[in-house]
Design a protein around this ligand. Sequence first.
Ligand SMILES: *[C@@H]1O[C@H](CO)[C@@H](O)[C@H](O)[C@H]1NC(C)=O
Ligand SMILES: *[C@@H]1O[C@H](CO)[C@@H](O)[C@H](O)[C@H]1NC(C)=O
Ligand SMILES: [Zn+2]
Length: 502
Amino acid sequence: MVLSLLQAVVTYVSLLWFVRVTDAMPDPTQREMLMRQEASLQTGGRVILTPAEQKMDAYLHQLKEQEISVAQFLPAIHFFKAKPLIEKSSIFKLLQKMPKGAALHIHKSTLVSAEWLVKNVTYRPNCYICFTWDNSARFFFSDRQPFPRWDCFYWQLLETLRAKIGDPTKFDNSLMQHLTLFTEDPDREYPNQDVVWEKFEKAFIAAAGLITYAPVLRDYFYKGLEELLRDNIMYLELRSGLSRTYELDGTIHDKVWTLKIVQEVVEKFKADHPDFLGARIIISVNRALGVSEVKAAVKEAVQLQKDFPDVVAGFDMVGREDSGRSLWYFREALSLPTELGVTLPYFFHAGETDDDGTDVDQNILDALLFNTSRIGHGYALAHHPLAKELSRRRNVAVELCPISNQVLKLVSDLRNHPATVLMSEGHPLVISSDDPSMFGTTGLSYDFYEAFVGIGGLKANLGTLKELAANSIRYSSLPAHLKETGLALWQRQWDAFIVANS
Ligand SMILES: *[C@@H]1O[C@H](CO)[C@@H](O)[C@H](O)[C@H]1NC(C)=O
Ligand SMILES: *[C@@H]1O[C@H](CO)[C@@H](O)[C@H](O)[C@H]1NC(C)=O
Ligand SMILES: [Zn+2]
């Protein structure tokens, strides 16, 4: 009884309140102004579109409304399931044609599709395979029977093995499974982060034996640039450990040799494709190493950058952050360049974690304290307000790789990706693909789709896309005059894209 009386009073009072609010209804003009002001803060919110661009923007908006209203919203489901459906999307097809600028966060071992590795590389003569006790594969090219190793005892010539096996297509598919994470049933196969990272690391090791074979390395790198160009990308910054490269007779080449090959291939590719701007290497070492090893690697990187200033962009630490060592752990090694009075630009992976509050979670702040040029992933940035402010003030862009974050299980529905916040407030951002061969993608179009439709939502528009693409040149490691050349070249491609599609 008392309760219902109370309810009645509450209802009466709230009704009164409602009436008063209606009396003092917010000024619609002011509301409109605030909405416009907020929209102008987002990535691309201040880009002024030409009439032709406005037309395409309206069309894109309409397409997006359609895709959002269908039963299965693609960025909400696992990429491995969404992929064939994304390929049918009109937005995706437009994104493929769009000049996207640069790919600034890709790892060398995952640059070229697993399909090419299997169908092309493993069919070359003298290719041996061996299966480890934990059913991982190793490949090795040799002019004689390879010696047993601790992890791999029985090497078989692939040509012989294929001849014995009845169904080569099935066999090739099984080989591909060793080189990629792609699978039809990701939820069952990868129940948690540990399982998916274990498979991920195994696949890296499996690919190494194929890629570090000298004759393959050249073709691999050229092929990688081709795949990017086909997706309308004009420049690449590749994370690479510059592992030693081997020949059929067992000769080993050092890092300088590998860098020269990279340089040669890039020059050849540019000569063959004048619209391609180039590629640079970010030398990467694993965060599982010790301080003294990283010190040596930093010194070596300083030297290599001095000797190959056009190819070497800088330095990074790679490997799973959650199980690896923090940047702060390596502080002595990472301070070396400053101590020596030299510069070595850093491009740190940081905040690729959901372990809020751990040592690893401090990597973002530490990356900034070490004057990083960009932040790889920065998934954790949204809940580090101070680091976020620093990163914005210093113009340190976040390299957003949505598919990677989803497949490696930081987020499942990409509408919930923390970068929604970064995009809404126009934080410096670029889009990249991290490990395309692992996720079954090529180029950047798939990641652009997820970022544009899923993370950006209905409010992300053509201005957003234009700014993201231009950002990739702006936040690259290129010297100022090449950035200018690159931006001018990109602008020409962009204008042609608008003309051809409006
Ligand atoms: C493998 O790739 C190389 C370089 O791209 C090409 O020249 C060769 O024809 C390819 N071989 C096969 C079997 O596809
Ligand atoms: C970072 O840059 C600031 C300002 O240029 C400089 O004072 C500082 O020594 C740098 N820190 C490192 C670790 O390189
Ligand atoms: Zn990465």
